[in-house]
Design a protein around this ligand. Structure first.
Ligand SMILES: Nc1ncnc2c1ncn2[C@@H]1O[C@H](COP(=O)(O)OP(=O)(O)O)[C@@H](O)[C@H]1O
Ligand SMILES: Cc1ncsc1CCOP(=O)(O)O
Ligand SMILES: [Mg+2]
Length: 281
């Protein structure tokens, strides 16, 4: 298992202003984020994007994609409730995003749970997502191209145990890879950093992972050349909002509500003082 280095602490001073600057740009520019996402997550994903200042649109029919996808600022594909009807639309949207130079994010929910899902996720990886964000078990399954031991959509691995898998997947795919957990790990295959914000109770809110994937899309949308930095920033800001929300919540239901409010109200002081992005050895 790899460790967060102590010298990485100094880097947090550089990262936090960047995270704030990217959030400010999301608020100013209100990027249009197309989400082809699972039924469970649609409401929370849209509300998280709105509270951060982005503009979500859940548009997934194949017929609409040629008119819509070329005009979005970023696309988020999430295979959580995948079916054979939806997969062609996901692939078509990914192809259009690539063709029109739009960044796109893949959330490989439960990638190792079934053969159909694993194959679909690997085919989507071949279409070159800008960022792949999953939990430890999902990233290990994708990296090994094998069905894993995950309990459905939840992870049975710590994010830090998936660092090598994330690096291999990033090198193979050319994507930035983010593994979420107690420490969110972000890598482009060479650089590896950790975002240590968030609260464990996020695991008890369904679609918290889906929502942070969509938030990554919003951050990458405002500066696609900085996909690695934007991914870390989105993860950290989401985690800070959760920490602030947790100060008012007694359980997952209110955390869900306060998370949205805190993302909406979060200010520069909170981001600068709480964001914890560090190097990983
Ligand atoms: N133990 C933890 N401590 C703090 N934050 C966590 C923890 N586990 C998950 N998170 C946060 O919860 C969010 C969803 O991550 P995760 O649960 O790994 O995704 P998924 O819901 O896709 O399995 C992320 O923002 C992540 O940082
Ligand atoms: C419960 C469930 N079942 C299929 S998709 C889904 C939501 C998964 O959300 P997350 O990956 O963010 O926990
Ligand atoms: Mg998930």
């Amino acid at each position: 298992m790899e460790e967060v280095t102590s010298e990485g602490e100094a880097e947090a001073i550089e990262w936090a202003p960047l995270a704030w600057s990217l959030l400010s740009r999301v608020r100013q520019q209100s990027p249009l984020i197309q989400c082809i996402t699972n039924f469970v997550s649609m409401d929370l994903v849209a509300n998280v994007l709105l509270s951060a200042g982005a503009s979500p649109a859940m548009i997934h029919s194949l017929e609409e994609l040629p008119d819509f996808t070329p005009n979005v600022d970023a696309l988020c594909l999430n295979v959580g409730t995948l079916s054979s009807d939806w997969l062609p639309a996901m692939k078509a949207a990914a192809c259009l995003a690539g063709q029109f130079g739009k960044p796109w994010i893949l959330d490989p929910v439960a990638a190792g749970a079934t053969a159909f899902r694993l194959k679909a996720c690997l085919e989507l990886v071949d279409l070159k997502p800008t960022v792949i964000r999953g939990n430890g078990s999902e990233i290990i399954a994708l990296s090994n191209a094998s069905m894993g031991t995950a309990k459905g959509v939840d992870s049975s691995h710590n994010s830090m145990d998936a660092v090598d898998a994330a690096k291999s997947l990033a090198l193979l795919s050319g994507s930035v890879v983010a593994v979420t957990g107690a420490v969110d790990v972000i890598t482009d295959g060479n650089r590896v950093i950790g975002a240590a914000n968030g609260v464990p109770l996020l695991q008890k809110i369904t679609a918290s992972g889906c929502s942070v994937s969509a938030l990554i899309a919003a951050f990458v949308a405002v500066d696609p050349k900085l996909a690695f930095e934007a991914t870390a920033s989105a993860l950290s800001v989401f985690g800070v909002a959760a920490e602030m929300g947790m100060e008012m919540a007694k359980g997952p239901a209110l955390l869900r509500v306060h998370l949205i409010d805190c993302l909406y109200n979060i200010d520069e002081t909170s981001v600068l003082s709480r964001s914890k992005i560090t190097s990983i050895k």
